[in-house]
Structure formats: structure tokens, C-alpha cells
Design a protein around this ligand. Structure first.
Ligand code: ATR
Length: 271
């Protein structure tokens, strides 16, 4: 079939990925002649696995665990955004060459802007819990939104220290309850609170009633952190929007159509 747009997501394992559900929903909704597949590529076969996609005429693909960093070596060009975040999650293939970008920072910021439209990033300090890939994307977005001060804290302090510069300061994990006092925004980027993982142990009474709490965990959608915050009338934003909005960008790049994030799609991604 001519002009059939082949896209997908590479990872290992990949069966848990929600991306095929999201992209194929939009492919059907917008009448795109194409398909988005889950592609399992073992880390030992990254190069040959990606070459196969090039040979098969793929237009692009998303990149998930554990390939977000190693894919960078295979890219012909990486944009400044992905370079700064230090990871590629979206690749476009042109003339057999890979062009890498990162849409996680966009997804993170858009999730908050759409779901908490009155929130003012510039109003005060933000606290980021965790220092992995998601934390890096959040950091990038917060700096772009002109947050005046960012505190980052992580169980492994060294990883937080490595991200500290300028307005970004790192503190000990044990000090997190002091850091959240007076914060304008608190973001959980750790896996704590996820189904099967321990809960994030923070003292919610220390949080200002005017703060916004965002958990990037979306399984469950309402983590203990978010449930407790909600019960204290603190504004919350769940994590599913980050996944949906980061997907928008890739879809746009490959299919030339800007897709909408709807409640129906959110429910589908959570099913
Ligand atoms: P992602 O790319 O989604 O951010 P990641 O890089 O594996 O995933 O990061 C997971 C984050 O959760 C890290 O900040 C990790 O802390 P460490 O750097 O110390 O590993 C954090 N995390 C995972 N389990 C944790 C736990 N039991 N207590 C505190 N932090 C935890």
C-alpha cells in the first residue's frame, strides 16, 4: 500500500506500553492510512532492530525503557531539547537517517497547563522528588516556564547533585518534608506510589493549601499522595496527561495532524 504510515514504539519489555492504544485511537479517529505497533527490541540488538525499521519504511517511532539513552548513538541528528534532557523518546526517519527529539518535557508542561489552567509557574519554588529521566524532562520544562527556584531531592543524592546548577538546588532525601514547606509546586517523578511499590512518605500537612501537586505515576491514577492532597483540598494533577500530551507531538510529526486529548482517550489509556 502506498503512503501507508508505519510507526511504533521500541522497548524491552514492551507489552505494558499504552502508546499503541493511544496512537491507533488517533489513527482511526483522523482516518490516517497507517498503523502503530509495539516492537520488542532486546538491548543487544538495538542497532539491527532499528535498521529493520528503516528497511521496512517506518516513518518514525517512540523509544521507551531501556533504549532512551542508547538510541542517541544511532541518531544522525538530535535536537537541543533532547540533548539537554539527555534522552530521546521520539525518532523520525528521513532518507534512512534517524532524527531524535524528546517530547516528555512538552507532555509534562502541557498536562499541568491544561488541567490546572490557573496555575502560575512563576509564583514560587518547585520541588521535584526523584532524579531519573522523568525528573530531567520536568526540570527542563520548569526552567522554560521561568520557575524562580527548584529543589530536587532523590534517594540517591548524587543523581540529584548532578542535576543541580543555577536555580536548581539538591537536598538530602531525608530533608524533603522541609523542602515542601511553602512550595508552589510539588512533583513526584519517583516510582513510589505505583501499583506494587511502596507509597511516597511525605508529610502532607507541610504543604501550602495554595500549592499544586502533580504525580507522574498514573497506575493507579489517584496515588495515595494525590488522594491525601485532594482530601485536604490541595489542587492536584494526575500523571496520565503527561503520557497523552507527549504522544501528541510524535503523532503530529509523523502524521501531520495535531490530535486532541479527550476524556474518551484518557479512559482508554487507563483501561
Ligand atoms: P524514570 O525514567 O521514569 O524517571 P528511573 O530513572 O528509574 O525512572 O527513576 C526512578 C526514580 O524513582 C529515581 O529517582 C529513583 O531513585 P534512585 O535514583 O535512588 O534509584 C526513585 N525510586 C525508586 N524506588 C525508590 C524508593 N524505594 N525510594 C525512593 N526513591 C525511589
Amino acid at each position: 500500500m502506498t503512503n501507508f504510515i508505519k510507526t511504533g514504539v521500541i522497548g524491552h519489555p514492551i507489552s505494558h506500553s499504552k502508546s499503541p492504544l493511544i496512537h491507533n485511537y488517533w489513527i482511526e479517529k483522523y482516518g490516517i492510512n497507517g498503523e502503530y505497533k509495539s516492537i520488542d527490541i532486546h538491548p543487544d540488538n538495538l542497532q539491527s532492530g532499528v535498521q529493520k525499521l528503516i528497511d521496512e519504511g517506518y516513518k518514525g517511532f517512540n523509544v521507551t525503557v531501556p533504549h532512551k539513552i542508547n538510541i542517541m548513538d544511532l541518531c544522525y541528528e538530535i535536537d537541543d531539547l533532547a540533548k539537554e534532557i539527555g534522552a530521546v523518546n521520539t525518532v523520525t526517519i528521513k532518507d534512512g537517517k534517524l532524527y531524535g527529539t524528546n517530547t516528555d518535557a512538552y507532555g509534562f508542561a502541557q498536562n499541568i497547563k491544561i488541567n490546572a489552567p490557573n496555575f502560575d509557574f512563576k509564583k514560587g519554588k518547585a520541588v521535584i522528588l526523584g532524579a531519573g529521566g522523568a525528573a530531567k524532562a520536568a526540570l527542563y520544562a520548569l526552567e522554560k516556564e521561568a520557575v524562580p527556584e527548584i529543589i530536587i531531592t532523590n534517594r540517591t543524592k548524587e543523581k540529584a547533585d548532578n542535576l543541580a546548577h543555577g536555580i536548581i538546588k539538591s537536598i538530602d532525601w531525608e530533608q524533603k518534608n522541609n523542602a515542601i514547606k511553602g512550595a508552589n509546586l510539588i512533583i513526584n517523578t519517583t516510582s513510589l506510589g505505583m501499583t506494587g511499590k511502596p507509597n511516597l512518605d511525605i508529610d502532607i500537612t507541610k504543604i501550602s493549601p495554595h500549592a499544586l501537586i502533580n504525580d507522574i505515576v498514573y497506575a493507579p491514577l489517584y496515588t495515595d499522595l494525590l488522594k491525601t492532597a485532594k482530601s485536604k483540598n490541595i489542587q492536584i494533577v494526575t500523571g496520565i496527561g503527561m503520557l497523552l500530551y507527549q504522544a501528541c507531538r510524535g503523532f503530529e510529526l509523523w502524521n501531520g495532524t495535531t490530535p486532541n486529548v479527550t476524556k474518551e482517550l484518557e479512559d482508554l489509556a487507563l483501561s
